[in-house]
Unconditional design. Structure first.
Lengths: 506, 338
């Protein structure tokens, strides 16, 4: 007998040509909290999906209490007591909280008839452990993101899990809520539940975990006892090199204010957001999930319209009723999800690059493909795109190079302001630093850049100024050179009462 | 931290205006008032009975269509399923008049279910796009109806009294076909509100990925929805032939679009996840009144299709508007947390 609850060996998983997991291993002891850490794109999310049966590994074995198991679906893993709380809330917005908790394992009579009353009572019991102000009869959509996350936790708790996987459970919680969660997680562990905790926060790991495993670029790096490890060692394991080499030397000269955001509000999303960005400057907009920074960017790009407040470009107030409006004013957006919004995967690279400004490539009103290709090649050389052929489709490229194509597309438009929404999301470390170089060069060539990012080192490493948001409000403004990770973190976690105090003082 | 959930004590007025179908009911009342003053003859007993009889088939098809729309799909094959099943049951009935008519009800349910199961298999297992899969089977089932009937018509004298009674007979003055539709409505309402598979139909229509992660076999729920739609279409086929005592392969052509229109009018979302049986009931009543009303007004009957189309568009426009309003309200509630 060994005391491993769960053991995975040599797990390989590929998607198309991309290796998401390259022979990784993991051991979870009974009643242990085991942290799994690594940068975005290290393969953590894919790994849990393998454990829960969402994905099937290409090769490798999984042992549950020493016995080999194969999961064909989440149903299989649930039956054996494995529950997961995913990073992205996976809810049914139109259904009630109660149904969200029980969906997939509804309480019914033998005839399959819902036992609504019992479900509601149980849901109330489960939720009341986590929060006192969630009405279980309300539809999910009326809850805040943090509350929705709590419902997800309640959902996992409802499954009497023996193994609980939590993917960044504290990402959108306030400090107070985090404490509550720690308490709950510890209690679960004491009740004999084995927990895999995926987190970016060292605090979560030190507070809860007894061991930590690190993945990097789809590979297993190592497992350590939390007692015997230092931050520096962990960071090196996660990043694979010293951090300071990652970011380029600043070369941009900062000029006049280009874009000014003056107290814009949008009901349900953000309130009283004010900041400005100058020519040649990189302004980082950061905050946790649910802080509405993405919505602010969408507003600046004309996807959403603010209820109140002003947006000024070069001192003149502008109204953006659509993305086309924004582009015409010289504001471009690099969307967060390049697969959904950034690229057209069926079209060759050069057509992706020229798509927004096709009018520039016509001859007698017909497209001149040669002209398109030449321009695209010129732009792609500028950003050092690694591609075999400009007529290839983007799906043949790595994540980092795909992102470069999106950059080339933006460069092709006549823009003054670039909004970059998580420009390095899901891109491996090596490619990241070349993206940083591109961003830096863009700033140097006179663009005003707003970069949304959740990665603290990235924010500190590349931005000139940093604006922190929390729950739709600005909670901190910093100059990158005179701040540190702790200060920014404190602002991202600022409580509602403090925010209001802050405003009174300001 | 101690703001406990308030008990929801709503007064009657709030309950009425809070009713999801409130707008539809108001629309229906306005329509009835109009109809009452413009065409009083509509409200005579005979007219109402014939209206019920003629629209019950639509009602049955619409319930099946609702299941499918709730999953985020669409079923274009229902009218063809109706045609094929009607041809099979009525032709078999005429050559075997001694067999009790009840048998043909069962046969229609079985054939319809098989047609629906095929759709469900194509969509739930082979992951075909519902529009394409059912467009294909729409032609296939209609083609079979032609093959089986040999292009021949079946006239009233061939129909047995027992067969016809399933649609044309009455209990308490209300035609049997309408009773059947009412029973189906009740069964569907119960199925969708309190049973596991019923609620899962909503779940997969709201968020198929989440459903998958929650351990729901999304494909199987889709198969169920299409099978139910087919089953009801099959039953509608038997009842259609019994109601009119006539059968030919091209019957009920275009009824699938009518069923979709009724659902849309009744507030069923075409992208899935939203819609209720009471909405569909109101949709059926509205659609039948409109059709009847227009038919009675001299000179307007040529406008029938155009007016029905316009009403669908108006209803959907109102739906979009109220939908935005409710999202806005939800966001307002959320705003209190910012």
């Amino acid at each position: 007998m060994n005391d491993n609850m769960l053991e995975l060996k040599d797990i390989v998983k590929t998607f198309g040509g991309v290796t998401a997991l390259n022979g990784v291993q993991f051991q979870l002891k009974k009643g242990e909290i085991h942290a799994l850490m690594g940068e975005n794109g290290a393969g953590k999310s894919t790994f849990i999906k393998v454990i829960t049966g969402v994905h099937q590994p290409d090769s490798g074995i999984m042992l549950l209490e020493g016995e080999k198991v194969v999961f064909h679906s989440t149903l299989d893993s649930q039956k054996l007591g494995i529950a997961a709380i995913y990073q992205h809330v996976t809810s049914f917005p139109d259904l009630t909280v109660t149904e969200n908790i029980f969906m997939g394992q509804e309480l019914t009579t033998k005839l399959g008839i819902y036992r609504w009353k019992e479900m509601r009572r149980k849901a109330k019991d489960l939720i009341s452990v986590l929060s006192e102000d969630i009405d279980v009869t309300k539809p999910m959509i009326s809850l805040s993101v943090a509350q929705q996350q709590l419902v997800e936790i309640a959902k996992a708790l409802s499954r009497d899990a023996r193994i609980l996987i939590m993917d960044e459970p504290t990402a959108s919680l306030t400090r107070h809520e985090c404490e509550e969660l720690y308490r709950i997680v510890e209690k679960l562990r004491d009740d004999g539940v084995s927990i895999i905790l995926i987190t970016h926060k060292f605090e979560d790991m030190y507070r809860l975990a007894s061991r930590v495993t690190v993945f990097r670029d789809a590979n297993y790096i190592g497992t350590w006892n939390v007692d015997g490890i230092s931050n520096a060692k962990l960071i090196q394991a996660m990043v694979g090199r010293e951090l300071n080499q990652m970011y380029p030397q600043k070369t941009a000269k900062i000029g006049d204010v280009v874009l000014e955001v003056d107290g814009i509000s949008k009901e349900g999303y953000f309130k009283d957001v004010t900041f400005d960005v100058r020519k040649g400057e990189i302004l980082a907009l950061t905050g946790l999930v649910g802080s509405s920074r993405t919505e602010v960017c969408q507003t600046l790009f004309g996807i959403m319209q603010p209820d109140s407040g002003k947006i000024k470009l070069n001192g003149k107030e502008i109204f953006l009723s659509s993305p086309l409006d924004a582009l015409n004013h010289g504001i471009g957006l690099l969307p967060e999800d390049r697969q959904l919004q950034g690229l057209i995967y069926e079209l060759p690279i050069f057509q992706n690059v020229t798509a927004p400004v096709l009018n520039n490539y016509t001859k007698y009103s017909l497209l001149d493909e040669k002209k398109e290709m030449n321009k695209a090649i010129q732009l792609c050389e500028k950003i050092e795109l690694k591609a075999k052929d400009i007529a290839d489709v983007p799906s043949a490229l790595s994540g980092g190079n795909q992102q470069k194509v999106v950059f080339a597309k933006l460069l092709n438009c006549d823009l003054k302001v670039l909004i970059l929404d998580e420009p390095t999301k899901g891109i491996d470390i090596g490619a990241k630093s070349s993206i940083y170089e591109i961003i830096n060069e863009l700033a140097a060539s006179g663009y005003a850049i707003i970069m949304v990012s959740s990665e603290m080192p990235e924010v500190l490493g590349i931005a000139d100024r940093i604006v922190v948001m929390k729950s739709g409000r600005v909670t901190g403004r910093f100059h990158a050179k005179d701040t540190n990770q702790e200060e920014i973190l404190a602002a991202t976690l600022m409580k509602r009462e403090e925010m209001i105090n802050e405003e009174v003082h300001a | 931290m101690t703001n406990n959930i308030k008990a929801q004590n709503k007064n009657l007025l709030e309950k009425i205006t809070g009713y999801k179908q409130f707008g539809l009911v108001i629309g229906l009342i306005i329509l009835l008032v109009f109809a009452y003053f413009l065409t009083p003859s509509m409200f005579t007993g005979g007219a109402i009975i014939s209206m019920l009889k003629n629209n019950s088939v639509y009602a049955i098809l619409a319930v099946g269509m609702m299941f499918v729309l709730l999953t985020g799909g669409i079923d274009l094959s229902v009218a063809s399923t109706l045609g094929m099943t009607g041809v099979i049951t009525s032709m078999s009935m005429s050559s075997n008049p001694q067999v009790p008519a009840f048998v043909w009800v069962v046969v229609s349910l079985v054939i319809g279910s098989i047609c629906g199961l095929i759709n469900g298999f194509l969509i739930g297992k082979l992951k075909m796009i519902p529009l394409i899969a059912t467009l294909g089977t729409m032609y296939i089932y209609r083609g079979f109806a032609y093959l089986i009937s040999g292009g021949n018509w079946l006239f009233p004298h061939k129909f047995t009294a027992g067969y016809i009674a399933y649609a044309q007979g009455d209990i308490l003055g209300i035609p049997n076909i309408t009773w059947i539709a009412i029973l189906i409505f009740i069964a569907a309402a119960i199925f969708l509100s309190v049973t596991k598979p019923g609620r899962r139909i909503y779940a997969i229509g709201t968020n198929a990925d989440s459903s998958h992660v929650a351990g729901i076999k999304v494909g199987n729920i889709k198969i169920l929805a299409y099978t139910l739609s087919g089953m009801l279409a099959g039953l509608a086929g038997m009842l259609y032939t019994a109601n009119y005592a006539i059968c030919y392969y091209g019957m009920a052509d275009g009824f699938e679009l009518m069923a979709i229109a009724i659902c849309i009018l009744g507030g069923v979302s075409i992208i899935g996840g939203r819609g209720t049986v009471d909405g569909v009931v109101i949709g059926v009543i509205m659609m039948s009144i409109i059709a009847f009303f227009i038919g009675l007004l001299p000179g307007l009957s040529v406008w029938q299709d155009a007016i029905q189309g316009a009403i669908i568009i108006i209803a959907v426009a109102i739906n979009i508007f109220t939908g935005r309003l409710s999202i806005k309200n939800a966001l307002k509630e959320r705003s209190s947390l910012i």
